[in-house]
Design a binder for this molecule. Sequence first.
Ligand SMILES: CC(C)(COP(=O)(O)OP(=O)(O)OC[C@H]1O[C@@H](n2cnc3c(N)ncnc32)[C@H](O)[C@@H]1OP(=O)(O)O)[C@@H](O)C(=O)NCCC(=O)NCCS
Length: 177
Amino acid sequence: MVNIDTDTLKGVMFMLEPIPMSQSRTIQTRLVLPPDTNHMNTIFGGKVLAYIDEIAAITSMKHAKMQTVTASFDSVDFYSPVKSGEILRFEAIVSSTGRTSMELYIVVHSRDIYTGVTKLTTESFVTMVAVDKNGKPQEVAPVFPETEEEKRLFEAGPLRRKIRKEKREMPNKFFKL
Ligand SMILES: CC(C)(COP(=O)(O)OP(=O)(O)OC[C@H]1O[C@@H](n2cnc3c(N)ncnc32)[C@H](O)[C@@H]1OP(=O)(O)O)[C@@H](O)C(=O)NCCC(=O)NCCS
């Protein structure tokens, strides 16, 4: 006879059905306009961050099937400037999941409309948390990869989660009110 403790049983009973990464994959396209740019005619980093935040919210809500909040911008790398008149393409997937949190991977490409030249401009990891109407974290279904590319991203998830956890444990309360 196999002995299963009640905690294990609870985990199995409440485990939500895993969902493929492709189910919530989201793509958005934006035109860069003059008000979005600085004195060098290139897009403000903050504008790109706002678009990233929006697509991370949409993608995570599609996965969690409930509202989500941004817990952390884990990393953002800007690789190339983007000029007014260019087109931005944002692509986001849920790259790994915790109990209530989802890690989102977002890649941004720019396209010159005249030449068709496409460049990688930004790459980001964002953590979103599923919450109920009172802002209390809620359990999310695990995500699973289907393609080789998704598998590589998924398998490195636990390492990124460990780094995030270590960063959060660092003393960072320098300013006392
Ligand atoms: C994110 C938030 C809901 C977490 O609530 P909490 O009471 O700290 O909940 P917990 O400690 O139980 O953490 C819940 C999950 O969030 C994750 N989390 C919490 N803070 C995090 C952070 N700074 N970075 C990454 N993940 C974080 C935890 O690891 C946990 O994940 P898991 O369930 O997958 O293991 C809460 O801090 C919050 O509401 N923050 C403000 C969100 C907001 O307003 N965002 C808009 C931008 S200002």
